[in-house]
Design a protein around this ligand. Structure first.
Ligand code: PEP
Ligand code: MN
Length: 350
């Protein structure tokens, strides 16, 4: 837990103080990013290496371990020199195996050196899922890191502000011994969704959470919409789990681990439903724009030729090589499409 970015010494220390006060009984690692992998070069890029000493100062006052993100061998070197306990590799770096391998090699060098001079004692390394939904790449990164002998943890932060439960499940099955954490902050981009995602992760048996916490979220220089206060995270973490009701009506002969299999599958279904609705909504949006175009050019919303053309395409047996249509009955596809098309026309006519 901790801020997205270490912005100022006072902010790092004040968030730390409030976290210690609110969450003193909950074991946590204090996080803050010094080097920020931002999409735009015109936004706050992080304070760089000077932020590390603020984290280490917070550690010396409040006594918790501290973590920061590394993306290059220089970051690894500076973080270890400063006395950071845990490092994490972010989603963008995790998408690049060459970058991960370079970090692995710098970690191996640091370990070698620390045997000689006592500096650079690292307690663990966290690896986020890549920005793209690729379980194999995430597992590959875990295996690269495992070679260093440093304890590894996996962090599921989703893709495009959505969870990717199937990817997380694949990693959990392939690497059951690796602690699996959820990052509900980057997964949703929305402070309002943190509690629900933590609840879901609890139900699935996640081992912990990496949450962005800021003493004044509305003033944060990065990811302001997804950060929550120390008081709020305390409330969320101490809340009684409720969603277990979802599986509580299963026969008592079903063990907890078997029930978890159903929870993972249901998580996947919920995620796919969300994607389905998002795709349909995006389709309606394009359809509305087509409606405006037709209106501007004096063309009727229903164009029989186009309608027949799409119907015929749907009635043609699918190409056996077309993966996307596997297992769907033509009647079902036609019925579903008719329903969507009808709604589209309604929107164009309105
Ligand atoms: C972060 O944790 O601050 C971060 C940049 O995360 P991600 O790599 O998941 O986007
Ligand atoms: Mn962030």
């Amino acid at each position: 837990m901790g801020p997205c970015s270490a912005e100022r010494r006072e902010q790092v220390l004040e968030t730390a103080r409030q976290l210690r006060e609110e969450c003193g009984s909950i074991p946590f690692i204090y996080r803050a990013g010094a080097w920020k992998p931002r999409t735009s070069p015109h936004t706050f890029q992080g304070m760089g290496s000077k932020a590390l000493k603020w984290l280490v100062e917070a550690k010396s006052i409040y006594g918790f371990d501290v973590a920061t993100e590394v993306a290059t061998p220089e970051h690894v070197h500076e973080a270890l020199e400063a006395g950071i306990d845990y490092l994490w590799i972010g989603a963008r770096t995790s998408a690049n195996p060459i970058a991960v391998q370079t970090i692995v090699e710098s970690l191996a060098l640091s370990i070698e050196r620390s045997r000689l001079d006592e500096s650079g004692k690292l307690k663990g390394i966290l690896i986020k899922n890549p920005v793209n939904n690729d379980a194999g790449l995430w597992i590959g990164n875990i295996e690269r890191l495992e070679k260093t002998g440093i304890p590894v943890m996996a962090v599921h932060r989703g893709c495009n502000h959505q969870p990717c439960w199937a990817m997380a499940h694949a990693v959990h099955v392939a690497k059951p011994e690796i602690p699996l954490l959820i990052d509900p902050s980057h997964m949703s981009g929305d402070a309002e969704k943190i509690a629900g995602l933590i609840e879901k992760a609890r139900e699935l048996g996640f081992d912990g959470a990496m949450v962005e916490v800021h003493h004044k979220p509305e003033e944060a220089l990065s990811d302001a919409k997804q950060q929550i206060t120390p008081r709020k995270i305390r409330e969320v973490l101490l809340e009684e789990p409720t969603s277990h009701q979802l599986i509580s009506n299963l026969p008592t002969t079903i063990s907890e681990s078997t029930a978890k299999e159903l929870s993972w599958l249901r998580a996947e279904i919920d995620e796919l439903d969300d994607q389905l609705w998002a795709t349909i909504a995006a389709r309606m949006d394009v359809s509305k724009r087509i409606g405006e175009w037709k209106k501007a050019h004096g063309i009727a919303p229903l164009q029989p030729e186009r309608y027949q053309q799409i119907r015929e395409k749907l009635l043609t047996p699918p190409d056996p090589l077309s993966e996307g249509e596997k297992g769907l009955r033509t009647e079902f596809k036609l019925a579903l499409w008719e329903l969507i098309h009808e709604e589209s026309l309604r929107q164009q006519e309105s």
